[in-house]
Design a protein around this ligand. Sequence first.
Ligand code: PLP
Length: 427
Amino acid sequence: MFIPENHKIEKNPERIWLSSPTMHGPEFEYMKEAYDTNWMSTVGKNINEVEKIAAEKAEVKYAVGLSACTAALHLCVKLAGERLYGKPAISHGAVEGKKVFCSDMTFDATLNPVVYEGGIPIFIDTERESWNMDPVALEKAFEMYPEVKLVISAELYGFPGRMDEIKRVCEKHGALLIEDAAEAMGATIDGRQCGSFGDYAAISYNGNKIITGSSGGCLLTNSLEDANKARKWSTQSRENAPWYQHEEVGYNYRMSNVIAGVVRGQYEYLEEHIAQKKAVYERYKAGLTDLPVKMNPIVEGTEPNYWLSSLIIDESAMCKQVRGETDVCYMPEHGKTCPTEILESISSINAEGRPIWKPMHMQPMYRMHEVVGRDGSLRCRTNAYIAGGVEDIGADIFQRGVCLPSDNKMTAEEQELVIEVIRGCFE
Ligand SMILES: *Cc1c(COP(=O)(O)O)cnc(C)c1O
């Protein structure tokens, strides 16, 4: 582990965060407006405004304000399921017993809603050039499972892959696409906003995202009927009647008007946050340029929002690192390092990093689920990357990748310190 003598933790009492909320003032004014006018509820002007702004920014027709992106993804799965398979029996899920193709290297919230609705996730391996879902592997998966009609794909760390290509593959096979743009708000592909590619999409205002309401999310769609359905489901599925009348299962998923005030104020700063995150990425890129590492790939034609700067260590510069289910050890080696050593070292100067998302097919919960790569099924080969040979790209990126402190309030000096510590790991 590398700790520069003059940078021990007590010399750097201010924590350098991975990604923390950044408030500016208007957020408080809109929140206060909710308080002063007593719209302390899941109804009010802030929610209406957020829905208007969110739809405009993402270049879709409708946005539905919800308590979280996970709730939005859940309602996306229900909408898609009903459109594909019809209305399920009351105690059945919308995709009951159906296979659904899902991103593999992502947060589990991307695809847990498939399971809430009785579906069976099948994972699609990651594309090395983009770190996102591999459209070639997706095509392969449709050959293996032509009956599949739904795909959920996420943009990783705000650096989009070819979501447009994924949409084309879906259309070719008559499947619907749910786009999880939780990390990618403001990023574009050929000038088109992330969140506008899916038949349904979801964005997040969780506390560590590029803008935040402390929590919250929106469902995005171009269908008025679907937007209205999602809004109704999110408010306990009340029918239009003088009493509480119910024809279908409801949820308490609506966004709070107080939180909507924060989100409404934050939207004014989305572009500023993206510019700050881009500067962070570029400083890392310059500072690490001669090391055996690569930063998040930027796919041609895309403009990331640079939410989380991450790196991957070249295979030749990896020291031995072995991970169990919940623990890890490594052997320090001259001139080489590994994610664990880098994370321990930056932690020693009070900076926060994180391993890359552990792929879903490696999670105990989903271990028996199929995972499809470019060469077909990777099942039962999940540790093969250690031996080399079989391509399991998600497992490989997980083994060698690190998310770096990417806070937009990190000063250039603080970042220099982080860079110095990372460089030290390779000595
Ligand atoms: C943060 C995140 C979510 C969940 O967002 P919440 O608003 O916290 O529910 C879903 N998918 C991805 C890819 C995320 O990063």
